[in-house]
Every structure is written in C-alpha cells, then in structure tokens.
Ligand binder design. Sequence first.
Ligand code: PRX
Length: 643
Amino acid sequence: MSYPYQIKSLEEYKVAYQKSITDPEGFWGEIAENFTWRKKWDKVLNWNFKEPKVEWFAGGKLNITENCLDRHLPALADKPAIIWEPNNPEERVRIVTYERLHKRVCQFAQVLKNNGVKKGDRVCIYMGMVPELAYAVLACARIGAIHSVIFGGFSAQSIADRLEDAKAEYIVTCDGAYRGGKDIPLKSIIDDALIGNKVVKRVIVYTRTRTAVSMIKGRDVWWEDEMLKVTDTLPVEDFGKSEEMDAEDPLFILYTSGSTGKPKGVVHTIGGYMVWTNYTFVNTFQYQPGQVHFCTADIGWITGHSYIIYGPLSAGATSLMFEGVPTWPDAGRFWDIVDKYKVNILYTAPTAIRSLMSYGLDPLKGKDLSSLKVLGTVGEPINEEAWHWYDENIGKKKCPIVDTWWQTETAGILISNLAGVTPSKPSWATLPLPGIQPVLVDDRGKEVTEKDEEGLYKGNLCMKAPWPGILRTTYGDHERCRTNYFATYENLYFTGDGALRNDDGFFRITGRVDDVLNVSGHRIGTAEVENAINMHASVVESAVVGFPHEVKGQGIYAYVIVSAMHGDEEHTRKDISQTVARIIGPIAKPDRIQFVNGLPKTRSGKIMRRILRKIAEGEMDKLGDTSTLLDPGVVDEIKSGKL
Ligand code: PRX
C-alpha cells in the first residue's frame, strides 16, 4: 500500500494544514478518494454546531471492513494483520494474516447472522485481548451491526447499565480472560449483569481460560460450535459478502465518563471515522509498509479501537495485540515483545512509562530495542521526567516521540507532532493535525488574546470546526450530546480540557477543567464514584476529587461522611472500596478515603470542590475565600484529618 496523503516535511504539513482550513471539502474529498467506496458521496461536509449536526461524505456507500480487509487481498494475503502475544510468554503466539483475518471475520459475521443479528442491532462485546475480539468487532461492522465494546475491568453493574442504554440484544464474551497473574471470570460477570435483563437474546461465548461456566439453554452458545456450523454448511463465497452501509450509519458506541450522570454512549459513524483513523495513523506515526505497530492499549478503550484495529488495518499495517500487562511476569515484558517481533512503533500511556521507570534499567538489560523508529504516548499529560526517560532509555535518543492528544469523542488524534516531520517539545502535544482548528477561550467563551505571566495563552480548549472523526451524537440522547459538548460555548466543540499555547502555536494540555478524573489514563467521572460510594449502607454523603499521583497521574481522593463505622476505619475503607469495585469496577476504587463530619458547602448547599481539591493536593495555603461557606469550621477539621 502507498499513502499519497502521507505528509513528509514541515513544508508539506504547512501546505496541507492551510488547504484543510481554506478548502476542507476539497482537502478531505481528495483524501477519501484513496478508499474503497461502493458509491461516492454527494457532499463532503454538512454541519452546524447548534443542533449539532455533522455529516461527512453524505450519500457515500461503503463497508469499512472492505477497506480493512478485502482491498488488501490478494496483495497482502500472507502479510500479518495481527500478531498476537499471549499473556503467558510460554504460550503459543498467533500470527493472523490478512487472508486469515478476512476469512475469520466473514465466518463470524455469518455466525452473528445465524444467531439473528441484523443491520443496526447493537452487539455488546466483553472479551479479553484475544484475536477473536478483533474478529467480533469487524464481523459486526461487516454486517452493519453496531458494536459496543466494554472494557474487561468493568463490573456487572456497569455492564448492565450499558446494555440497558444501548438496548443491546446480543453479547459476545469469553469464559474468562488472563491479565497478568489474574483470571477474570468474564462469563460469570455477564451472567450477573443479565439478572433481570429481558432484552438480551443471545450470548456467544469464546473459550479462552477453560473456566467452568454456566450456559443457559436457549440463550448461551459456544463460539467454537457456531463457527463450525458455518464452515460445515457454506462455502466461503456465500458468507463473505459485506453489507452496503451509508457513510453516516453508526459504526459503534463506546461508553465514556462525563462530569455528570452515568457514562454516555459516544457514537461514531463509518465514513468519517475510517478516514480520520487512517489519516491520523499514517501521518502521526509515519507508518511505512512492512512495519510492526504495537499499541499497548486495550480494545475496550478508544485507543484500541482506532490504533489497534481500524487505523492500522485500513492502512494494511501489521498490528501487534498484547493480551497481558507490562509488569507480568516481570517489568521487562514490553521490551521482550519489542525485541521478539522487532517492533517499529510503540504507542503507550504515560502511566505505563512511569510505572516501568520505577523498576529502573535492569528490565532493559539484554533487550534489543534497535528496531524502534517511533514512540508515542496518549491518554494523559506526560511529565518531562517520563518523556526524557522514554527518549533516552527506550528510543535511545533516536526515535521521535509523538505526544498525541485526543479523546473518545474525537475518534483519533487531533493535536500531536508528526513523527520526525514536525518538531516535538517535551510535555507539549504541539501542533494541530490538518483539519483541526483549536481555540482557547475564557470561561465566558471569549477567545484568549492576552498572554499570562509566563508568556503563554491559557484557556479552555475548544474546536471551531468539525473534522471527519468528531462524535455525531450520544446514543439515544442527542440533547445530552448538545449540552455536554456544544452548549458551553456558542458554535464551539468544548473538549473539557484546559490548555496552554505558545508563540509557535504549540499546545500543551494541562488536564481536565471539569469533574472528570484521569486515573492511569482511564477516564472516570467524580459523580460516578460518589454515586457508587453512596451505595454503601453506612455512607451518608461523599465528595470525590483528584490529586496528583506519581504513577497514575491522578489518584482518587474521597471525603466521606458515615453514619457508623463497621469495625475500625480501615475495615470500613475496604468495604467502601469493595462497593465501588462492585458498582463501577476495580479501576474506580479510591486511593484515599478520609472520613469527615461535614463537607464545605455554600449557603445554597453546593459542595465547594475547589477547596476539597486544594486540600487533597496538599495546597492548604491556596484555599481561597472560605467565608461564604455555611460552616467555615469544617475546613479546619478536614485539613487536620488529611491523609
Ligand atoms: O484530558 C485529556 C486526556 O484524556 C482525555 C480523553 O480521555 P479518553 O476519552 O478516555 O481518551 C483517551 C485516549 C485518547 C482528554 O480529554 N488526554 C488524552 N491524551 C492526552 C491527554 N492529556 C494530555 N496529553 C495527551 N496526549
């Protein structure tokens, strides 16, 4: 494959950027020509941010899996599409060529059909990181079903909420999943999630761990049995056909946390998502045919959707999929993988880098990392220390590091340097990609035109115009999409992040300015955690804020009022953490729980989170004015009890 739209120099970047702003339709129309369409679009772009309504390539007909699979055949038939490294390094590796991937996807697409799945139906996928997860995702796309992948670390309750919101009738899962030293009983968690659920008709179970599971007659079937039925009865040609889809048909729903309420289902549509993930993959990482791309994310998050599956596969790349965790069986695991498969591009999160840093340089001994060409980070701001460690010890100062800023809602990378093409700056995401028009505004929505004391522009990060990958709606609730992203500032998409800009036009993302936490690169709403804590029988009220955490970036700090302790404080803390793990999942367990007698509230009853945040951050002298509080005395009590 060649990528005529791959930007090769700073000059080319400037030209592309300029064109993308002055003539977006011409620019994206030309890029979209490089894909396989059954019918070309009538109009490249229609949009307004008021409703909001955004359409890219309207009237175009395509199937994204034809672009990820069929169009690479026969040229790339024997090339690995997915290299799968199991959790246990002793277990057999699996190399899935483009030809095999195509076959498996077609086969499982037929399994879905045989089980009643139709175009537009929602299929929830709750699996570990096995190739079958990629098959399931692509098989949904092949028949026009909408996939909704749920990360394996979420609880039964979280799954139940998502199933209900998506009105999903089908589930694909595994008996269990391996992650480091743990076996996670996925099927039994699904069974719990389905108690009382009358909508789900079919659960397809892939055997991974051989854990004993209960199979319910009429509802649950085994993946392996269903696959056999397809090969037994039909020649490949009969089930290989893909559904013709509109560019603006939904491709998937992915749930993500916001500052209020339950997680919302971000909806991405086919044509724009395909073009955006492919374009950003090829340009940011400067992928060259034949290279091995290793994105360490889980497919349960957007990073895995866009940069393990759709971006790389639509570009005919080799995507490495890793089942396990970076520190098991030891902290040299990533480096073993890089060495073993001669990985060229490594894309990971600052939290993983910081965690690996803490093991020192021993785990790197004897590992050949010379295949690496490009390093990437995503998910949270990267501190300079971690950036330099990555640069010196992993990239050996020879690999550009791309600091990629983006979100579930953006589908792909919006602000990042392009590897080796545009300049980098430690802890700065730097320049917007073509098509991206960032703007910093103050709290009233006015563009920031004055610099701060450090000579930087500082404000809330917004986007002036749509790019092909922008979210189209939040599932089942368009008004929620409008109020969350398009109503804070008129005619702007609001990211929820704060940022700085320097005179070179580089952006540095400083973190969320709303009540969303970023814990180890996982997005968690404070309101969600509070609701979970409040489910505990002894809890009267709680308030949750973030605090700086050396490895996780942010930790979760909970102030909790209890009616009575159950046993001692430590025991009650454990109970509360358990409740949170049960309601949301282990990723949302508070790092610190401080018991308090009262919370700082205004006379109108609003919790002053600013004060709680400062206390959790240890900045006791920066609490600001506390005189408007109903009971200023609670502040001293909270300060003295800080953990
Ligand atoms: O706060 C930003 C942070 O992660 C948020 C988006 O989280 P999520 O939707 O889960 O997607 C994560 C993977 C794209 C953003 O609002 N974030 C993401 N990348 C960066 C970042 N913060 C700073 N620098 C980044 N490179």
